[in-house]
Design a binder for this molecule. Structure first.
Ligand code: AMP
Ligand code: FES
Ligand code: ZN
Length: 308
């Protein structure tokens, strides 16, 4: 197998693009496609102050690496979730990466907002699924830290497989309102809401993993213990089976959806955002779900302290 560009020995074959490449040409090919996606969806440019949410996994460290190596002004943000045997290791990966690249890393800690409780403890207290509590808290902290730090845009590492499995799930359940909002760019539509972008939406998980490997990124391989059995992983397996039979179908499915997303816009409900009475960040209600969660936790902790 020879590299299509230089004729040297190829190290990766991309059936979706009908191309085999050597390491050097793969890195160039991969970066060029991501930069094209950034330009196509007008995500950001070199004048912007970028905050990259990094989990320590291959996707977010790879996008940070790509942006740094291409001269973008990109600072990392790690959110410590307090998940045993997982958060400490993933935090170390982010700290080591930042040190190695001489890059700036901000660290936020969930415990600072929730009376010293970790994500699994909060979920247990309020009897909700860990991942849904975690998602709500991460989204809030990312947005808030981005605004407090004066950043123009927040980048996450969501890849093509993540987006296609979300799309598939939204279609299976005909979540038309979610379909009307699914896009690689979420514009700022409130003065306390930062623009959010996903530059890896056109890169598969395999392509990102190959890039991380070739770039020598030391990332966290362990998955979050609460993701075991997640429906999104089941969808990803189904979609990989489809991809195996019909290379390129994941990319065609997602690109076709973006091109035709106008179809779903009739279902878009304009959310009336206002400032949360407690924290001032946007919400559709009087008090935002983050502050309500904080209050519930505060009450529970107070009650249990009374009992001591
Ligand atoms: P996930 O929701 O775990 O699939 O992660 C999606 C994206 O959210 C990642 O690619 C990161 O950009 C970001 N992210 C996830 N966990 C964290 C974390 N603990 N701290 C900062 N960013 C995170
Ligand atoms: Fe939040 Fe797994 S990363 S529960
Ligand atoms: Zn609030």
């Amino acid at each position: 197998m020879k590299c299509k560009i230089c004729g040297n020995k190829a190290v990766i074959k991309l059936r979706a693009h009908n191309i085999a490449l050597c390491e050097k040409d793969y890195i160039a090919f991969f970066e060029k496609r991501v930069l094209k996606t950034i330009r196509k969806y007008r995500m950001f440019d070199k004048d912007h102050k970028i905050l990259v949410a990094v989990s320590g996994g291959k996707d977010s460290l790879s996008i940070w690496e790509l942006l740094l190596s291409r001269g973008f002004n990109a600072v990392g943000l790690y959110i410590d979730l307090g998940i045993e045997n997982y958060s400490e290791d993933s935090k170390s990966k982010c700290i080591n990466f930042a040190k190695d690249k001489n890059a700036e890393l901000e660290i936020a800690n969930v415990k600072e907002y929730f009376n010293g409780l970790s994500i699994p403890e909060i979920a247990r207290y309020v009897r909700r699924k860990t991942c849904s509590v975690c998602g709500l808290i991460k989204r809030y902290i990312m947005n808030r830290r981005a605004l407090e730090g004066g950043y123009d845009v927040l980048v996450t590492g969501h890849n093509l497989d993540d987006e296609v499995s979300t799309l598939f799930g939204n279609m299976i359940h005909w979540q038309v309102e979610y379909l009307a909002r699914q896009f690689p760019v979420l514009e700022k539509n409130h003065d306390k809401m930062v623009k959010k972008v996903k530059p890896f939406v056109t890169s598969t998980e395999r392509e990102v993993a190959a890039y991380a490997l070739m770039k020598g990124i030391d990332y966290m391989e362990k998955e979050c213990p609460f993701s075991i059995g997640a429906t999104s992983l089941f969808y990803k397996r189904l979609l990989n089976e489809l991809e195996e039979k019909q290379p390129g179908s994941k990319l065609r499915f997602l690109n076709g959806f973006y091109e035709n997303s106008g179809i779903f816009q009739t279902f878009r409900k304009e959310l009336k955002l206002r400032a949360c009475e407690r924290c001032g960040y946007p919400t559709t209600e009087t008090v935002c779900s983050f502050c309500r969660l904080r209050e519930r936790i505060g009450n529970i902790v107070e009650k249990s302290e009374d009992r001591l």
